[in-house]
Structure formats: structure tokens, C-alpha cells
Ligand binder design. Structure first.
Ligand SMILES: Nc1ncnc2c1ncn2[C@@H]1O[C@H](COP(=O)(O)OP(=O)(O)OP(=O)(O)O)[C@@H](O)[C@H]1O
Length: 736
């Protein structure tokens, strides 16, 4: 019986929250209080105790990783409970009001458990053909790089190069979409020249995306909202379908996500679970006010609190509580640790960022040797990504395995993007961005002028680039005979691949594609043998991912490939797809650490103007968000927590001096112990003095010359331009 399992697995607060189904509810959860567990059992309870079909449950998580974890747990729970196989399909279900038998939980019945993006992608694929919004269900998805390329092109084509910066325009368009503001609405809201220029780009961008039958990530939300608003029958169908809506990390939902939840669940049964103390996405449009005012929209909202932290030792929980108590706008919660302990947070003061990295890594080495910790037990958390550099350098030097979370994402790597672009173009011939990426990759002697001419001709005559390519022989376009032939053979190859796709498993298709375009040879010529091997390994990983879709359940190769492309389009990064975790130190931004936990945490760079950021000083709202970030960072630690700050550090090429962060002072003295070990244990090369102009040798970076010196730290310009100018501790240098 599920009730018995709940009793055994959840505490009283958790159990009550998980079993409440009468009205909508808000589960206010402290850090480490078992949100995932409660949500999982709430779903299990709905299915196994109330006979709700899992297909009628819409459960949205913040990351794919969280969704996968929940799915796995649910499948495990369901294996312990004896139930008949559910054979009902989604469409059969519609129109049925009550479902009395108990349903099987498996990957396909849990199709509505995922991130907002993944769920709305499925809904759009299912419905978009029934609308007149202009897209077909074959629509592709542009990733961040592709959207930026398109925006750049549009800015150039419209002579706005001096007026707007592509990244800023992209950010603004994304922010507008996340507030649900279409380009038509934005026209009425523009307040200055810059916004007027952005509004023109926004309009052209949206039209061009539509012409390419493509959406960006934000469209997955915005177009869903528009579709629900303009097609009430579709909305009604999903309102009926989703009897129970569950929203994880509800404190970080943005306006458009919240609006869609309102549309779907206005009169329904919605469970919000979240921690306002951990709302850290204000800059990305999260609207905490919505979370704080849920009762206004759902008057029957019943509130539960989860206040027992199972993750962290007592001193860590107390430090978190002390920090967050300084914020004003929040619900009251009194989080306590269930792990006890009477330890301290150790606070270190260092000379600069290299001293900080060197000594923290020394400390890790000691903890690993003497206290039995593994490398993977350590996480270094920082406010800004660039702070990883000295840590990386020294970890590399020391030969300690490490992994940077949020580094170059798997799906942002060139080789992966190239191959995915081929597949996307073959599946959606209107996808001009993919076409432009692949037409001359590998090099086929189709130059940029030729591509531009094709594009211009297509634009002027209102045609797809693909049509122009198909008819390159007969259309009056200015291109050489050589280029025409090259385009024709490119097109023949694409046709050949297109004909293959239906009859092949995705993995076989990708292998054929790689050999048809001679991708490995291209990598060897353009990148060298070693790099080519590395990149081919990454492509091997892509093929591994595709192998999941080789199952016989797909009617044909196109169907399987479609599902594969859908999934990878929304995978946030490779870390999320990785099953096992190797033994590596983890370096990550505090934002990236959300939802994770580690035995030992180092929060570094705790200086005013670094953390909190300088711009937060003047705005209470911003300072409160910085403080919540500090709360998130502290509460990632299970056993040991270390803080560090440095007297000076390089920031954008300038040396800056900052005092210890206010956040350290906000923690009561009895929870902290201070250590001043500047230039301490790591043996320094003090005997040798270095001067500007000295020639030096570094094990990894090779030869270079010193530009500046600060005691043991020197700035070196390396001869190899790949390594450029770096700050280095002299202990890693040899004087020449
Ligand atoms: N009732 C319980 N008994 C034992 N352990 C529990 C219980 N509930 C949660 N835990 C454990 O506590 C830890 C924290 O749980 P979880 O990661 O779900 O917390 P969370 O609320 O999502 O935290 P955060 O918001 O800080 O990321 C996990 O290791 C989990 O297994």
C-alpha cells in the first residue's frame, strides 16, 4: 500500500503535504527539506491511492535532471506496488471524466513530467498543425548560438550595427518573450530610440523564424500561451486533461510560465512547491511576487511547511537561517537540521586569488589524504564564472581531476552543432540557419558571396533558400559555374541522406551522415589529429544518446529521429545527461549549484563588490537576491563549509582591493572560526626574485616574459598566443 510506503519514507510534515489532494496547495520548503521526495510521493499517492492516470498529471521541474530523477524514483516505487498494465493512450483519455482503475507508471505515462520547455514542446508538436499560427509540427528549435547569428544578420542587414549590440538585443527579446510581450505589443511600449531599433529587429526576427518554421526556447513558452489564448478549444482539452498540476521550484517561475499555469489550472488543483529563500533568477525574469501572492489567485490554497533539513549539519543550517533572516520580503520559516553537530564554518583570508586557489587546493589534498574524502566530495562555488580560472590552473598543475559545470556545453560544441544542423536541415528544409551552417562545412568551395546571393535572391522573391538551391540551374542568380556544380552535388548528397532517414535507426543514420560528408577527414585537416579524435569522441557520445531511439516502438526512422532531436533540443547540458559521476572536484557558479548537494563546500571570493556584486549595493531588491544566492550556496553543504576572501584580485585586467563580504559578518561569531594563512603552507619560490622583462618557462603554457610582478604573483605574456597573458604563481615558473 502506498500509504504504508509514505509513512515509512516521509516525516509527518512531508507526509501531510504529499497526501493533500482536496484543494490547491503551497508547500513552503526549506533548503534540504526533501522537495523532490514530497513531489514524487504526491504523484505516487495520486496514482496508487486515488487511481489517477499519470497522463492526467502535469508536473513541471526546473531542470531535466530533476525530472529524470523523479521519473526514476516513481518507476522504482511502482515496481514495489502490484498494479495492472495501463494501455490507455493520451487521445483515448480525452473526454473521460473519471478513471477508476490504478495505472502503471512508466516513461511513456510520465510524459507530462518535465521542464516547462519539454512539456510545451510536446504540446506544440501535438497541436500546432491544428492552428493557423503558421508553424507546422516539423518545426525546428534554434539554440542560443543560432538565434544570436540570426539577430546579428538582421542587425547588419538593417543598418543598425551602430545602434544595437546583438547580445543586448537578444537578451531584450528574450526578456520580452518571458513577460509574454509579442513584437506587436512591444510596438506600443517602446520608450526610446534603442527600444525602437530593438522592436524592429524583434519583428524581423520573429518573422524570419516563422519563415524558417523554427522556434527559439522562449517561443516554446510564448507560442504555447498564444495558442492557448487564441484557441480556447485546445486550452479546454488540456484543462480537462491535466486534473492535477504540480510546480516544482515555484519561486523561480517567470511571468509567462506563471500565466500558462493560471490558464491551465485556474479552477483546478495546483500544487506549488518552492522556497522563496532560494529565488535566484530575478534577472532572468522570475517573479517572486507571484509566488508570495499565490493565495490571491487560488483562494482555497492550503499551505504546508517543510522545515526539517536532512542535508546539512546544524552549524550550516544555522548560518543559512542567520543570513536569510536579514531579508524582508519573504514567508516565515524556521528550518532546523536533523543531523545535529557543533562544528564551525572556517573563514580564510588570502593575499589574492592565486593564493586563495593554491591554498584551498592544498587543503583539499589534505582532506583527501587524511580524512578520506573523495575529489568529487569537493565543490568550489563562486559568484562569477571567471573566478574558476585560477582554480583551474592550479588543479591542472597539480594533476587533480576537475570539472567545470557550465563550461562549454556539450550541445554548444562545434562538431555537435554541425551534425545536429545537418539532421535539422534534412528534417526541416525551411531551416535556413542550419542550411547556412552546413552548406560549406566541410569546405565545398561554396563561398560566402555565393551563399549571400542565394539568400538575397530567396528574400527578394519570397522563396525558401532550399527552393533556390533545388533550382539553382534555372534561376537567374549571379554565381559561378563552379559554385553551381558544388551546390548541386551538396544538394544531391542531402537528397540521398533524406531518402535514407526513414529506413534507418538514428545511430546508423548519423554514422552514414558522418561518412557521407567525410567529417573525420575534415576535422583532421582543420583541427589536427588529436583534436579530431577528441571531437569524434564527442560525436560518439551523440550517437550513444541517439541509440535510445533505436527501439522498435517508432514507426519509422523519421519518427525516431524527430523524437531524438526534440529531446536534445531541450537538454540543458551534458551534465544532465550523464549517468555516473566521475571522481572530480567540481567548480561552479552559485546559480549552477541550485538543487545540488556536496559533502564539502568552499564559497570563494567573499568580498564586497565580488559577492555581493557592486551594483547590488544601491538597490535593496538586488541585495536581497544576492543574499538569497548566499543562502543557496551555504545550504549546498552537507558536512564541511569553508569561506574565503582575498585582499586583492584581478578584475577585467585591473587590480582591485576589497574588504571581506558583509555576508561573512552577517553570520553570528559562534558559528565561524577565522584563519589568516596568507601565503601560508604552499611552499613559495621566495629565493628567486622576478622582474619585469624576465623570461620564464611554464610546464603547460611554455615560454613567456614577465609583464608585471606582485610578490609571488607575476603577470606573464606567453609566446603561444593561445595562452595569452596570465597571472601565475612563481612557484609554477622556471626562470630562464
Ligand atoms: N524524510 C526524509 N528522511 C531522510 N532523508 C531525507 C528525507 N527527506 C529528504 N531527505 C534527504 O535530504 C536531502 C535533501 O533532499 P532534497 O534534495 O529533496 O531537498 P530539497 O528540498 O530539494 O533541497 P534544496 O531546495 O536545498 O535543493 C536528500 O539527500 C534527501 O534524500
Amino acid at each position: 500500500m502506498i500509504k504504508d510506503v509514505i509513512k515509512e519514507t516521509l516525516n509527518e510534515q512531508q507526509g501531510e503535504a504529499a497526501q493533500w489532494i482536496e484543494t490547491s496547495s503551497l508547500i513552503l520548503a526549506g533548503a534540504g527539506s526533501g522537495k523532490t521526495r514530497v513531489l514524487t510521493y504526491k504523484i505516487a499517492n495520486l496514482v496508487f491511492d486515488y487511481g489517477i492516470n499519470p497522463l492526467q498529471i502535469f508536473a513541471v521541474t526546473f531542470t531535466n535532471k530533476a525530472a529524470n530523477e523523479m521519473k526514476e524514483r516513481l518507476i522504482n516505487i511502482s515496481q514495489d506496488i502490484d498494479i495492472p498494465e495501463n494501455t490507455q493512450d493520451f487521445d483515448e483519455l480525452l473526454g473521460q471524466n473519471s478513471i477508476s482503475n490504478v495505472h502503471k507508471i512508466n516513461k511513456s505515462t510520465l510524459k507530462w513530467l518535465g521542464t516547462f520547455h519539454s512539456i510545451f514542446l510536446k504540446i506544440l508538436k501535438h497541436e500546432i498543425d491544428k492552428t493557423e499560427l503558421g508553424y507546422t509540427s516539423q518545426f525546428g528549435i534554434y539554440d542560443t548560438g543560432e538565434t544570436l547569428t540570426l539577430i546579428k544578420n538582421l542587425i547588419n542587414e538593417n543598418g543598425l550595427k551602430n545602434k544595437i549590440e546583438p547580445k543586448e538585443a537578444k537578451w531584450k527579446i528574450s526578456a520580452l518573450k518571458n513577460e509574454g510581450i509579442t513584437y506587436k505589443k512591444f510596438l506600443y511600449l517602446v520608450g526610446n530610440d534603442w527600444e525602437e531599433a530593438v522592436s524592429l529587429i524583434y519583428e524581423k526576427y520573429q518573422k524570419s523564424m516563422l519563415a524558417s518554421n523554427s522556434m527559439d526556447f522562449d517561443d516554446l513558452l510564448m507560442i504555447t500561451k498564444i495558442m492557448f489564448e487564441e484557441y480556447p478549444d485546445i486550452l479546454e482539452k488540456y484543462r480537462k486533461q491535466f486534473k492535477y498540476i504540480l510546480v516544482d521550484e515555484a519561486q523561480d517561475t517567470n511571468q509567462i510560465q506563471f500565466d500558462i499555469i493560471k490558464l491551465l489550472g485556474q479552477d483546478g488543483n495546483v500544487t506549488f512547491i518552492g522556497d522563496d529563500f532560494q529565488s535566484i533568477y530575478g534577472r532572468r525574469g522570475a517573479v517572486m511576487d507571484n509566488f508570495l501572492k499565490l493565495g490571491e489567485r487560488w483562494p482555497d490554497l492550503k499551505t504546508f511547511k517543510l522545515e526539517v533539513n536532512y542535508r546539512s549539519k546544524d552549524h550550516i543550517v544555522q548560518a543559512g537561517n542567520a543570513i536569510i533572516a536579514r531579508n524582508e520580503k519573504q514567508y516565515q520559516k524556521n528550518v532546523t537540521s536533523n543531523r545535529g553537530g557543533s562544528d564551525h564554518i572556517r573563514v580564510f583570508g588570502f593575499t589574492d586569488e592565486f593564493d586563495e586557489a593554491t591554498q584551498i587546493i592544498d587543503l583539499m589534498k589534505r582532506l583527501q589524504k587524511e580524512k578520506g574524502f573523495k575529489w568529487s566530495d569537493f565543490a568550489v562555488l563562486y559568484r562569477t564564472n571567471s573566478q574558476s580560472q585560477p582554480f583551474e590552473q592550479i588543479l591542472l598543475q597539480e594533476g587533480i581531476p576537475y570539472k567545470i559545470w557550465g563550461g562549454l556545453k556539450f550541445f554548444e560544441r562545434k562538431e555537435i552543432k554541425d551534425i545536429i544542423s545537418y539532421i535539422k536541415y534534412i528534417m526541416n528544409k525551411k531551416d535556413n540557419i542550419s542550411l547556412k551552417r552546413i552548406i560549406n562545412t566541410p569546405n565545398r568551395k561554396i563561398g560566402t558571396t555565393t551563399i549571400q546571393n542565394i539568400q538575397e535572391y530567396a528574400n527578394t522573391n519570397n522563396l525558401d533558400m532550399n527552393y533556390v538551391i533545388d533550382n539553382i540551374d534555372t534561376l537567374p542568380i549571379k554565381i559561378t559555374a563552379g559554385a553551381t556544380n558544388n551546390i548541386k552535388s551538396f544538394n544531391t548528397m542531402i537528397r540521398f541522406l533524406e531518402n535514407q532517414i526513414e529506413g534507418l535507426y538514428p545511430t546508423d543514420f548519423i554514422n552514414n551522415l558522418l561518412s557521407s560528408i567525410k567529417y573525420k577527414d575534415y576535422l583532421i585537416t582543420s583541427e589536427g589529429k588529436d583534436k579530431a579524435e577528441e571531437k569524434m569522441e564527442n560525436l560518439g557520445q551523440l550517437i550513444n544518446l541517439a541509440s535510445k531511439y533505436n527501439e522498435k516502438t517508432h514507426t519509422n526512422g523519421i519518427d525516431a529521429m524527430n523524437q531524438f532531436i526534440e529531446e536534445i533540443s531541450i537538454l540543458v547540458d551534458m551534465e544532465e545527461a550523464e549517468e555516473s559521476e566521475p571522481d572530480m572536484v567540481k567548480l561552479m557558479s552559485i546559480h549552477g549549484s541550485k538543487g545540488l548537494e556536496f559533502p564539502v563546500v568552499f564559497i570563494v571570493g567573499l568580498e564586497e563588490n565580488m559577492f555581493p556584486l557592486s551594483k547590488a549595493k544601491f538597490e535593496q531588491k538586488e541585495m536581497e537576491e544576492e543574499r538569497r544566492l548566499m543562502y543557496v550556496a551555504i545550504t549546498r553543504a552537507k558536512d564541511l563549509l569553508f569561506f574565503s576572501h582575498a585582499d586583492s584580485r584581478m578584475k577585467r585586467g585591473q587590480l582591485s582591493f576589497n574588504k571581506q563580504s558583509r555576508f561573512v559578518e552577517e553570520i553570528p561569531d559562534y558559528l565561524t572560526k577565522f584563519y589568516n594563512i596568507k601565503g601560508g603552507s604552499s611552499a613559495k619560490n621566495t629565493q628567486i626574485s622576478y622582474d619585469e622583462g624576465d623570461l620564464v618557462q611554464h610546464k603547460l603554457f611554455g615560454k613567456g616574459s614577465i609583464l608585471e610582478t606582485w610578490n609571488e604573483i607575476v603577470v606573464v605574456k606567453f609566446d603561444n598566443p593561445k595562452f595569452g597573458i596570465r597571472k601565475i604563481d612563481t612557484k609554477f615558473l622556471e626562470k630562464l
